[in-house]
Design a protein around this ligand. Structure first.
Ligand SMILES: [Zn+2]
Length: 462
């Protein structure tokens, strides 16, 4: 049960302060809602700019990683092309697994893409991933996932022999998945973390579409997907190395007509699952000092561009995209060349390895926070039977037994982030002295150590 402190109520009465002022002016805006976990803090120190640099250099050394490039035994032996890159990534995950006593299961998801847009010939597309299985039987089926695409391209989609270094796009994102795997595999979590690297992105998200569909068809309980694409912190004059953009869809791609009607009526257009993941990442950025601040962008992606997170959105999963603050288009999808004094090409010299490490820390902190947390509460409802100024919320206990209490969050309908929180105890029903007409609520599960689940926005229940 939520109560305003008595002094505040008396003060409000004395000053004739309105309830609205009391609700929205007294508490700090967007206060961090997470509790820093010392084990996670220590693990973040292990993320290494040197390791990330070595991994990006290795990926660039394959010359081209075009999905359409050779992957026959001769190409693998020559160390050039996507097949050789794939073999190296698989071996690298395997090394991390060896270092943690076989704690990672290294897998591939491979299929033949028939001719389609930007793919002329049947082409084998292989995603490589490592699974850090949760150590709690009741929570191991819950999954959080980080991904980047290891394929690259140059100016011509069908040029599969000239260099396509792809140092930033997207060796940087691949290096984030790899270093998160290396560092987090030293810890144990109740839920499962998957470290994914995909191919076929540059031809049309083929690899991630195949993977996301597999996850949907197999009924995976995939709580959050973090896609890192172009997180190299390109060293151009106007780059801001202190922030990383986090893109998230508003209206869910899979919203049905009834969903959209409800969203329209209730003002739910900024409360997709993906947006809750984005807000959670903002909380993570305030909780752990990772060296870079998430800058939430409330749109699916940049103009004219797409990315692997949308393949997961299309299967109904919550997914966001990390991208550096300012991109330099001379350094993306370009043949390496000098022209009018301008260097074109996605080259190593433009990558800021410290920046990639900061982004990797932010990802690792978000993955660890979610994998350590209880499952979100289920069936969260807002009771709307009666016309009343209080708001009653009900939910089913967080499945999996980790939650020891619950927290109600709320914000003004015009606010981008959660502004207030109130612990309500180990209950499945609470009444807030706030009008549901004026705020947006959510409920999150909290465990004994203070780990918090993703918040869940209630649906109305009459
Ligand atoms: Zn990319």
């Amino acid at each position: 049960m939520f109560h305003f402190p008595k002094e505040l109520v008396l003060k409000a009465a004395a000053l004739a302060v309105s309830w609205a002022q009391l609700c929205f002016a007294q508490a700090p805006k967007a206060a961090p809602a997470l509790t820093a976990d010392p084990e996670i803090t220590a693990a973040l120190q292990q993320v290494s700019p040197q390791r990330i640099q070595a991994n990006i250099e290795k990926l660039v050394s394959f010359g081209t990683r075009s999905t359409l490039s050779a992957q026959d035994p001769a190409a693998l032996a020559s160390g050039r092309g996507i097949g050789a890159a794939r073999e190296w990534i698989t071996a690298e995950f395997g090394r991390y697994s060896k270092d943690c006593g076989g704690c990672l299961e290294v897998k591939t998801d491979s299929y033949t893409q028939e001719p389609a847009e930007r793919v002329k010939e049947p082409t084998v597309i292989t995603n490589v991933y490592a699974v850090l299985k949760g150590n709690d039987p009741q929570n191991a089926k819950r999954i959080v996932l980080v991904t980047g695409h290891y394929d690259s391209r140059n100016s011509d989609n069908y040029n599969v022999t000239d260099d396509a270094p792809g140092a930033n796009d997207d060796a940087s994102g691949t290096a984030v998945s790899l270093d998160c795997a290396r560092v987090l595999s030293k810890l144990k979590f109740p839920a499962t973390i998957i470290f994914l690297t995909v191919a076929g992105e540059e031809q049309g998200l083929y690899g991630s579409q195949h993977f996301a569909k597999m996850a949907r068809d197999q009924g995976w309980d995939l709580e959050a997907v973090l896609n890192n694409d172009i997180v190299g912190g390109d060293q151009s004059a106007e780059q801001d190395h202190s922030v990383v953009r986090v893109f998230s869809e508003g209206l869910p791609t899979t919203a049905t007509e009834p969903d959209i009607r409800r969203i329209r009526v209730l003002g739910g257009e900024s409360d997709s699952g993906s947006r809750q993941v984005a807000r959670y990442i903002a909380d993570v950025g305030r909780t752990y000092d990772v060296g870079v601040k998430p800058m939430l962008v409330f749109r699916l992606d940049r103009y004219l561009r797409g990315g692997d997170h949308s393949a997961f959105n299309q299967q109904g999963f919550s997914a966001v995209r990390f991208t550096e603050f300012r991109e330099d288009f001379h350094h993306q999808h370009q043949n390496v060349r000098m022209e009018d004094g301008i260097q074109y090409g996605d080259l190593l010299k433009f990558v800021d390895y410290d920046y990639v490490a900061h982004v990797a820390r932010l990802n690792a902190a978000a993955l660890a926070s979610l994998a350590a947390a209880p499952a979100p509460p289920a069936n969260v409802h807002l009771v709307t039977k009666n016309l009343e100024n209080d708001s009653t919320l009900t939910w089913d206990a967080s499945p999996g037994g980790l939650a020891t209490e619950y927290e109600v969050l709320w914000r003004a309908t015009t606010s981008p982030e959660w502004e207030h929180s109130q612990k309500v105890g180990n209950v499945t029903r609470t009444t807030m002295k706030l009008s549901k007409d004026n705020v947006i609520f959510a409920v999150q599960a909290v465990d004994r150590a203070g780990h918090r689940s993703l918040p869940v926005v209630p649906t109305p229940e009459r």
